[in-house]
Ligand binder design. Sequence first.
Ligand code: PNW
Length: 485
Amino acid sequence: MANKISSRLPKDFLWGFATASFQIEGSTQVDGRGKSIWDDFSKKPGKTLDGRDGDVATDSYRLWKDDLDLLVSYGVKSYRFSIAWSRIIPLGGRNDPVNEAGIRFYSNLIDNLLARGIIPFVTLYHWDLPQGLEDRYGGWLNKEEIVKDYVNYAKICFERFGNRVKNWLTFNEPWCISVHGYGHGVFAPGRSSDRTRCPEGDTSTEPWLVGHNVILAHAYASKLYREEFKQAQGGQIGITLNGDWALPYDDSPESASRGSDADLLTFADPIYLGHYPEYLKEMLGSRLPTFTAEELHVVKGSSEFYGMNTYTTNLCMAGGDNEFQGKVKYTFTRPDGTQLGTQAHCAWLQDYAPGFRQLLNYLYKRYRKPIYVTENGFAVKDENNKPVEEALSDYDRVHYFQGTTSSLLSAVVEDGVDIRGYFAWSLMDNFEWADGYVTRFGVTYVDYETQKRYPKDSARFVCQWFKENIEKDESSESAAGPSAP
Ligand code: PNW
């Protein structure tokens, strides 16, 4: 049997669900937490669809044991969550006090996950920068300060949690941080050249500067981990980038062949290959910041795996002036007027699973790194307006996961892509940033009046699928039996 080619995922494949601190925790003024840039931003008029903020969210700071029970009932192997910087260092800076109550919260969570056999997969930064750093020196725009402060924060996390956390993600989606936060101005801190949204900001330079500084902060934190912690703690560290597959709109020459590159390569190329992509250098000229030789040495190879958040596939055409998309236009409508897939509740997402398999292949060929799919999921149209019982029959989400899990399996067993883990977004409905609570991504329904959680059909599907499609761990069965003489 030794040579049998498996049609399943390897037995140590990690799977589970993902969340992020600001989207679930609430209790924003409890146990010494400092404000994050999302606290006040989400309270400003017009910043969230329903005008609601993150003060309660899914109340997970208080209900974390319920969340843990949910994870146990789902039988997950791993849980991806993020640490709120402003709970660990309320003001954020390297000379500011550390908050032991914040440390205790995550420490408890980690201990209890491990006690239930669930492996923590921890994001250090999922968009909730301490407001103190924004006020003090302009947050991510200030390279000299922010890189040092971020590395200091990361160091505290490695010191305090690294004996138990073996999987670290430095950042979630630098592209969203820079483009939505400093280009479109729809995410905190909401800077943009659009004066109807923001009194100051420069869309032509700030996103690229912020992206650059995030890459540096990631790289120096990763260097620190690998030099001072990795050997003793035995973990790994990487970054999570967002990117979606793109197909040519039609067979005309204007149909951009370079469609999917823009959001994918801006961050991945420097981190894995050691340089910004050529098209970006040409497009931005002197507006693209440069790395010194010393910085580049730290940046190149700074992620031990490829953390990938992906949701959809776009049809893509050359033209337009959207620099954040590399001056291509996206649509879901084919030339014959049909749609690529089922439309989700949010404009940017349609269900098209073949693109997922292609993306996995593309990234693996280009970067040759093990891949963790750190987010993948779907928001069902009008789910928010349905009574609970109806929302639990989330057929469109089940269909979405049927497609992506089968693409995942094909990529691993047929194409030989080295994929080590998969996290569906999200464990439960939660604060969906600028969409407030209107858009639901959860496999668990949350009643925001009672905070009761209800598993949707998609939760059952995902859990059952992974149970059936991962190799059984025979060694653990034999370990429980009599030992060989
Ligand atoms: C990701 N887009 O964000 C985030 O990591 C999650 O926190 C979020 O809840 C999830 O996806 C669902 O939105 C994205 O506009 C936000 O293409 C926007 C886009 C992509 C990802």
